[in-house]
Write a protein that binds this ligand. Structure first.
Ligand code: TMP
Length: 205
């Protein structure tokens, strides 16, 4: 028996972290063995890359180079955290994964998209299920900007960027409807969590 891999995606401020915490609580009550992690991050090395990538006003790289950095962070994370946990029969809950690269970098450059996909083939692991928390970009952006941190690089691109992100996330969700479940995030956090738990129980992780 092998573990499983759940990812959460969505625009900045869509409520992913809250939902991940609620799912982790649920798994705890069910005595499930799980690991909660995030991208970019999850390992020392990936967190180093995260710091430079998400720093405000960091515009020193092309979108293609930025993609290589996100992929480097992902490779370290997959090698050291995700694959070992799955092999150890655990459930991995990951805040963002490859869909974020396809959307955040891919929508800005076809070349970056191609590069990302090429490297992703070598990484060779995909979530069993992905929850896309779909949310009104205006509400989500306000929420994201009200969080006090130094990671506002993408939030600072403004509201039109968030609308574009939402459109691109929905497009890939429709292209991969067998894996990506669109969850209406414009509801109470309890309602959203209940729908996520129901989907998880349906696939019997
Ligand atoms: P977070 O705020 O959800 O932790 O995500 C960090 C930011 O990094 C968010 O604005 C999305 C962005 N990002 C990318 O641009 N490409 C990626 O591949 C990943 C994983 C995140």
């Amino acid at each position: 028996m092998k573990g499983s891999f759940i990812s959460f995606e969505g625009i900045d401020g869509c409520g992913k972290s809250t939902q991940i915490d609620l799912l982790a609580k649920y798994f705890t009550t069910q005595n499930k063995n799980f690991v909660k992690t995030e991208e970019p991050g999850g390992t020392l090395g990936s967190n180093e890359i995260r710091k430079i990538l998400l720093r405000e006003n960091n515009f020193q790289w092309s979108v293609e180079t930025e993609t290589l950095l996100f992929m480097a962070a992902r490779n370290d994370h997959v090698e050291k955290v995700i694959k070992p946990a799955i092999e150890d029969n655990k459930i991995v809950i990951c805040d963002r994964f490859m869909d974020s690269t396809i959307v955040y970098q891919g929508m800005r450059s076809p070349q970056a998209r191609k590069l990302g996909l090429m490297l992703f083939e070598q990484i060779g692991i995909n979530p069993d299920i992905t929850f896309l928390i779909d949310m009104d970009p205006e509400v989500a952006l306000n929420r994201a900007l009200n969080r006090a941190n130094n990671e506002d690089r993408f939030e600072n691109y403004g509201i039109n960027f968030q609308y574009q992100l939402r459109k691109n996330f929905l497009n890939i969700a429709h292209q991969h409807s067998e894996r990506i479940k669109i969850i209406d995030g414009n509801r109470s956090k309890e309602n959203v969590a209940a729908q996520i738990i129901e989907s998880i129980n349906n696939i019997d992780l």
